[in-house]
Design a protein around this ligand. Structure first.
Ligand SMILES: Cc1ncc(COP(=O)(O)O)c(C=O)c1O
Length: 549
């Protein structure tokens, strides 16, 4: 059942189990007679050209044929809609954590690309039989691992429109609406988050949609590095130091290394349960003083609101005051939890953001904007532009240097860029802020429900204070034996995830192996959370039984 062969459907789409016919909607497209593949042999938009080879008419392919797009696009939408429907209705056919073994795909796909077109029908058949079994179903209602990758109909339609229009707005001229919509939508979102005015495009700052949180932190490290090196001289790279907590996402270290910051100058300040794993301002102050005394040049602090391990919150206000007093750039990584701050009741977690130089959220994590969409706001857009601008002749145009003209190529690493603001705009318009707030509140309430379940079972413990939709918990240690406790929790998560019924993840906090239960998938309801808890409890009985002995 868990191999790639599960699903067992038959060619005509009336499968024995729920694989293709019931499962992924191929039946909707083909069985009901769209007839793809019949007209020209493969249905992929071949048109007959005038030339002949060996007396045969030469087929000329038209890669973007509007009628073919209409026809095959409908089939694809049906396929995807059925996927979502079946994730809900037939969870037994979709192990949340894929159960395939490494290399499984090479064994079942040909060694080389086809010389001739193949029908969409065959391709979707392969998706159902060969690809979907190798997917971990991030959109399953029983997905509780890492942080979610939240999708929505609006986000999906936005992605579709983006793919369809396929403009490349690297400069304003390259697609004025792509640039202008991004400026406007990020101002909208900044207002929903109650960000200070200096992050708006009407001031010196502004927003840009990066692909990911990793790209966001990289560009601001480069901007801050450029700013400090202009001040202290370009030979000072080896003296530059950066600060973050030991809970900071690994992308920060990577960004620093790409930016030429010496590894030994990356200070990851220790955290523990006394601050619920938030960065202690005192440690920061001490580290900066000590570095200054040794001749180092502190220039960057990465604070996090909602760390990856435990959704810890660094106290922005005191950290920001320190950053301000030393002239250090403070970046706030709020990739996951920042999204919740559109709700007034969670906004306090980013109090102090007014002291930051940059702020980032991943709207693809928890704002229903589909992969990928990572809005970044900076207080001073010129610091970013000065660090990243390029001006090749072939991109010059008449008004390119006008103040009000934004050329987003100068706010990011790559030149080409997707029209991501389209889907954010669609998410904001098609749901409205109040619905988005309620989606988030619902997830937080579900996490609270799970937390209550854990708290009521004496064999388990909740490990950190929960602020958002992540619960950190574990089987409690027996007689204070932490090593045994770690082993048991390791075994528990492996067993639970191998059922395919749910997927949770883990982390380590103060040397303890911790289980993470993160709510955020768009289809999750209370029954899924309750069921997840029952599965965890059921598989824990083994250890609980041992405890009594
Ligand atoms: C706090 C935090 N920052 C940054 C990232 C990296 O985001 P991305 O995967 O978009 O690069 C993550 C990913 O989970 C995260 O949790």
């Amino acid at each position: 059942m868990l191999s790639w062969e599960y699903g067992n459907s038959t060619e005509n789409g009336i499968g024995k189990s729920n694989g293709i016919s019931n499962g992924y909607g191929i039946g909707n497209g083909y069985v009901n007679g769209h007839g793809i593949g019949n007209e020209h042999g493969n249905g992929n938009g071949d048109v007959y050209g005038n030339g002949k080879v060996n007396g045969e008419k030469v087929k000329k392919m038209k890669p973007m044929d509007s009628e073919m797009l209409r026809e095959q696009g409908h089939i694809m939408v049906d396929f995807i809609a059925d996927y979502y429907k079946n994730l809900e209705d037939s969870p037994q056919d979709f192990p949340v954590l894929s159960q395939v073994q490494p290399g499984y795909l090479r064994d079942i796909l040909p060694d080389s690309a086809p010389d001739h077109p193949e029908p969409l029908k065959e391709l979707l058949h392969d998706v159902s039989k060969k690809i979907i079994p190798g997917l971990t179903h991030w959109q399953s209602p029983s997905y509780f691992a890492y942080y979610a990758s939240s999708t929505s109909v609006a986000g999906f339609l936005g992605e579709m429109l983006n793919a369809g229009l396929s403009v490349v707005g690297f400069t304003w001229l390259a697609s004025p609406a792509a640039t202008e919509l991004e400026v406007i939508v990020l101002d909208w979102l900044a207002k929903l988050l109650q960000l200070p005015d200096h992050f708006l495009s009407t001031g010196n700052g502004g927003g840009v949609i990066q692909g990911t949180g990793c790209e966001a932190v990289l560009v601001v490290v480069l901007a801050a590095r450029d700013r400090i090196m202009k001040k202290v001289g370009k030979n000072s790279l080896s003296q530059l130091v950066v600060y973050a907590s030991d809970q900071t996402h690994s992308s920060f270290r990577k960004a620093c290394l790409i930016g030429g910051i010496h590894e030994e100058n990356i200070r990851l300040l220790k955290t523990d349960s006394s601050t619920n794993y938030g960065m202690p301002p005192k440690s920061l102050e001490e580290a900066i003083s000590s570095d200054l005394a040794k001749g180092f040049i502190p220039f960057f602090i990465c604070a996090t609101v909602g760390t990856t391990s435990s959704a810890a919150v660094d106290p922005l206000f005191p950290l920001g005051k320190i950053a301000e007093s030393y002239g250090i750039w403070m970046h706030v990584d709020a990739a996951y939890a920042g999204n919740a701050c559109i709700c007034p009741e969670f906004r306090e977690h980013i109090d102090g953001v007014e002291k930051a130089d940059s702020f980032n959220i991943n709207a693809h994590k928890w704002l229903f904007a589909n992969q990928t969409c990572s809005p970044l706001w900076v207080k001073d857009r010129y610091s970013l532009i000065n660090a990243l601008k390029t001006n090749p002749e072939y991109l010059e145009y008449k008004v390119s240097k006008r103040e009000e003209v934004v050329n987003y190529k100068d706010w990011q690493i790559s030149l080409s860029r997707r029209f991501r603001s389209l889907k954010l705009w669609m998410v904001l318009r098609l749901y409205g802020a109040e619905n988005l707030r309620n989606f988030i509140r619902e997830h937080v309430n579900l996490a609270k429900h799970f937390e209550d379940c854990v708290a009521q079972d004496a064999h388990f413990e909740v490990v950190t204070t929960r602020y958002f939709s992540l619960v950190c918990f574990r089987l409690a240690p027996i007689d204070g034996d932490e090593d045994k406790c770690n082993d048991q929790n390791r075994e528990l998560i492996a067993t639970v995830n191998s059922t395919g019924k749910i997927f949770i993840s883990h982390t380590a906090l103060s040397g303890k192996f911790i289980l993470r239960f993160a709510v955020g998938a768009p289809l999750t309801e209370e029954k899924h959370v309750t069921e997840a808890w029952q599965i965890i409890q059921k598989h824990a009985t083994k250890f609980i039984h041992n405890k009594k002995n």
